[in-house]
Design a protein around this ligand. Structure first.
Ligand code: FO1
Length: 312
């Protein structure tokens, strides 16, 4: 492998869970050598604006402006515009802050001018001074639809408005089968020395990216160099409802259960020491297993995991 290729790292990411590791990577490697392919299945249109939560979470985190307590939105936000919107009878269950709204207005204006989501993401990350490449998985809409006991609902409605309470019967990525990867996505996978699957929800954060056929195919072609970090530790998700959703979908809510979903394209599966008893069963799926602390509460834990992944 050429030294340039070896230096390049590509990550597949959802939002809050992924951003912890991405921040670690951003701080321990040359940031410009990092490319991040981001889930857009969570995107939603509200108040006539295109909102791309995972793109924004990743961008705000790397720009150092994310709200550290929530992991999404901008630090020190105010919500005057949302209150006024509610006064007009508009829905206010999705908390859009005043400064965050500027991002959505800018993105929506660019799209209305005929620019792509990739171009909008590029404009936002440059303006916020982020040096890593941030690529939406696709410029085609691939909305995640939760088929629940209360009927089909948009993913954000399930997660935020209904607080992940409905039972998930099925998860659909509408249009994924014919969606094209956004410009740069396939190259980012083929040209990287390592491809890291971040510890995001395998079903609704990494799942939509994998549902684009050319992306999964390209990952399979790079299997040896794909590392996946397990988002469950001791059968519990580090962030969000992954464990509950896996169980409702008939998967084991364990490291092994996640490994089974990733076995066709992952060369090395990274688990926390807590799950070491599952290493043999995961190896039997045809993957190497790396045992590394994956809980990232502090900045040094984020950097340590990032360094460990680069050194594996
Ligand atoms: N998550 C919430 O739990 N409640 C919210 O009101 C909310 C608003 C929001 C606004 C902008 C944004 O970029 C993200 C926001 N999120 C909110 C996070 C988001 O719903 C999810 O965490 C991601 O889509 C899953 O990665």
């Amino acid at each position: 492998m050429s030294p340039v290729k070896k230096r390049k790292i590509t990550a597949l990411a959802g939002g809050v869970g992924a951003s912890k590791l991405l921040l670690g990577l951003y701080e321990v490697m040359e940031p410009a050598a990092l490319s991040i392919i981001v889930n857009t299945g969570d995107d939603i249109e509200l108040h006539g604006l295109k909102i791309s939560p995972d793109l924004d979470i990743v961008t705000y985190t790397l720009a150092g402006i994310v709200d550290p307590a929530k992991g999404w939105g901008i630090r020190g936000e105010t919500f005057h515009a949302l209150k006024r919107l509610a006064g007009y009878g508009r829905p206010n269950w999705f908390n859009l802050g005043d400064r965050d709204l500027a991002t959505h207005i800018h993105r929506s204006a660019l799209l209305a001018e005929g620019k792509t989501l990739s171009q909008a993401a590029e404009s936002i990350r440059i303006a916020l001074g982020v040096k890593a490449r941030i690529l939406p998985m696709s410029n085609d809409p691939v909305p995640t639809v939760i088929e629940s006991n209360e009927g089909p609902m948009h993913f954000q409605k399930y997660l935020v408005k209904r607080r992940a309470e409905p039972t998930v019967k099925n998860i659909r990525f509408a249009g994924a089968g014919s969606a094209r990867p956004a410009p740069g996505v396939l190259e980012a996978i083929s040209e990287a020395g390592r491809i890291i699957i971040c510890p995001s929800n395998p079903l609704i954060s990494i799942g939509p990216i994998l549902a684009i056929p050319l992306v999964r195919e390209q990952l399979r072609a790079r299997k040896r160099d794909v590392l996946a970090v397990c988002p469950l530790v001791g059968g519990k998700s580090l962030k969000g409802p992954s464990d509950k959703m896996l169980a409702q979908q008939g998967h084991e809510a364990t490291a092994l259960g996640v490994a089974k979903l990733y076995a066709d394209f992952t060369g090395t599966f990274v688990i926390d020491p807590v799950d070491r008893t599952q290493a043999a069963a995961i190896s039997a799926l045809g993957m190497k297993v790396a045992i590394v602390p994956t809980v990232m509460k502090t900045r040094s834990q984020k950097r340590n995991l990032a360094r460990a992944l680069l050194e594996l």
